[in-house]
Design a protein around this ligand. Structure first.
Ligand code: NAD
Ligand code: ZN
Ligand code: ZN
Length: 349
C-alpha cells in the first residue's frame, strides 16, 4: 500500500467514559511520527485487560477517549521518518508494551516490561479496535507473510504473557503445573506448558473451559466451583510444582499458593477487577515450605518473538471466535459473564 491509498478517516470503537459502551465512530487516521509506523489493522484480539480498562477497574485510563486493543496483527501502511528496518506491506504485530524508555535500570537489565516510563497500547496510546493505529517501529513483532492475522492476534498478548509467566515458574519438563483460569490467556498457557514438556492440571469454574483444556492436552481438570481446588489438587497429585493464575477472581490467587508442593512457585498474571484487592498467605507455610510467589507482566520483545515462533511452528493455536468491530460491546458482555471459550478476535473491515 502506498501512502496515497491511505484514507483520511477510519472506523474505530471508542470509549468516552469508563463503564459506558464503546461507540463506533469515524475518526481521523493517525499520522506516524518519526520512528513510528502506520499499521492497517487486519485483526485485533479482545483481551480481558481491555474490559478492565474501559470499566475503569484500574482507574480512568490515561488516554480518554480511548481506542482499546493490544493484540494487533496488521500490515505496515506507511513508515515515519527514520524507520529503516520495516517497509510498507510487511506484516507486524503490536502488543501491550507500546514503548519503553530503553535507558532505565530495568530496560538495561532486559526487564523492559517493568519500565516505569512504559506506554501501553490501547491504554495510554490508541489501540487496535480501529482500521489503523500507529506504533513505534522498534517495538513491533515482525510476522511472516504466510501468517493468518486472526489466528496470530491472541498470541500477541495472551500468548506472550503466559509464555513468559511459564518461564518464570522455573519448572522443568515432567513437572506438574496448575493453570488457574482457562480463558483467553489460560487456554494458551495450557498449550505452551504442554509444548515445554510440563504436565498440566487446569482449573476453572466453567465446564466448557475445562473441556477445552482437556482437548488441548491438560492431564487433569478441576472445577473450582464444585470442588475445593486446593484439596482436590493435593489429593490428586500431592500438590503441583508450579501454578499460574490467569483468572481475575482474587480467591484463585490464594488457591494457587495453597495447591503447591513444598518448594513450589506461584506466578500471578491475572489482574483482579479491583486495584485494591489483596491476598493473605500463611507466613509459616511460605517460610517452612520455601514457597515462591512472583508477578509476571506481559513480555519483552524477545519473549514476544519466541511466543510467536511457537505458534508459527504449530505448537500452540488459539481457539478463536471471529467478530467485527460492531460486535465489541456484545463480546464485552459475554466476557463479563464468562461466556467466551478461547479468544474473540475482531476484524475491522
Ligand atoms: P478471560 O475472561 O478470557 O478468562 C478468565 C478465565 O478465568 C475464564 O475462563 C473464567 O471462567 C475463569 N475464572 C473465573 N473465576 C475463576 C476462578 N475462581 N477460578 C478459576 N478460574 C476462574 O480473561 P483473559 O483475557 O484470559 O485475562 C485474564 C486476566 O489476565 C485478566 O485479569 C487480564 O487483565 C489479565 N492479564 C494480565 C496480563 C499481565 O501481563 N499480567 C496480560 C494480559 C491479561
Ligand atoms: Zn525503561
Ligand atoms: Zn492483554
Amino acid at each position: 500500500m502506498s501512502p496515497s491509498n491511505i484514507p483520511t478517516t477510519m472506523r474505530a470503537a471508542i470509549a468516552h467514559r469508563v463503564g459506558e459502551p464503546l461507540s463506533i465512530e469515524q475518526v481521523p487516521v493517525p499520522t506516524p511520527a518519526p520512528g513510528e509506523i502506520l499499521i492497517e489493522v487486519l485483526a485485533c484480539g479482545i483481551c480481558h485487560s481491555d474490559l478492565h480498562a474501559v470499566d475503569g477497574d484500574w482507574g480512568t485510563p490515561p488516554l480518554m477517549p480511548l481506542i482499546p486493543g493490544h493484540e494487533v496483527a496488521g500490515r505496515v501502511a506507511a513508515c515515519g521518518d527514520g524507520v529503516t528496518h520495516l517497509q510498507p506491506g510487511q506484516l507486524v504485530g503490536v502488543a501491550w508494551m507500546f514503548w519503553s524508555c530503553g535507558t532505565c535500570e530495568w530496560c538495561l537489565a532486559g526487564m523492559e516490561t517493568i519500565c516505569p516510563s512504559t506506554e501501553s497500547t490501547g491504554f495510554s496510546k490508541a489501540g487496535g479496535y480501529a482500521e489503523y493505529l500507529v506504533a513505534p517501529a522498534a517495538f513491533v513483532a515482525t510476522l511472516p507473510e504466510s501468517v493468518d492475522p486472526v489466528a496470530i492476534a491472541p498470541i500477541l498478548c495472551a500468548g506472550v504473557t503466559t509464555y513468559r509467566g511459564l518461564k518464570r515458574t522455573g519448572l522443568r519438563p515432567g513437572q506438574w503445573l496448575a493453570v488457574l483460569g482457562v480463558g483467553g490467556l489460560g487456554h494458551l498457557a495450557v498449550q505452551y506448558a504442554v509444548a515445554m514438556g510440563l504436565r498440566v492440571v487446569a482449573l476453572d469454574v466453567d465446564p466448557d473451559k475445562l473441556a477445552l483444556a482437556t482437548s488441548l492436552g491438560a492431564s487433569a481438570v478441576v472445577n473450582s466451583r464444585e470442588t475445593d481446588p486446593v484439596a482436590a489438587v493435593r489429593e490428586l497429585l500431592g500438590g503441583t510444582h508450579g501454578s499460574i493464575v490467569t483468572a481475575a477472581a482474587p480467591i484463585a490467587f490464594e488457591q494457587a499458593v495453597g495447591l503447591l508442593r513444598p518448594g513450589g512457585t506461584a506466578v500471578y498474571i491475572g489482574l483482579p477487577g479491583n486495584d485494591r484487592d489483596t491476598i493473605s498467605a500463611s507466613i509459616s507455610r511460605l517460610v517452612n515450605d520455601e514457597i515462591t510467589v512472583r508477578g509476571s507482566n506481559v513480555g519483552t520483545r524477545l519473549d514476544l518473538q519466541e511466543a510467536v515462533d511457537f505458534a508459527l511452528r504449530g505448537q500452540v493455536a488459539a481457539t478463536v471466535r471471529q467478530v467485527t468491530l460492531d460486535d465489541v460491546n456484545d463480546v464485552f458482555a459475554d466476557m463479563r459473564a464468562g461466556r467466551i471459550v478461547g479468544r474473540a478476535v475482531l476484524t475491522p473491515r
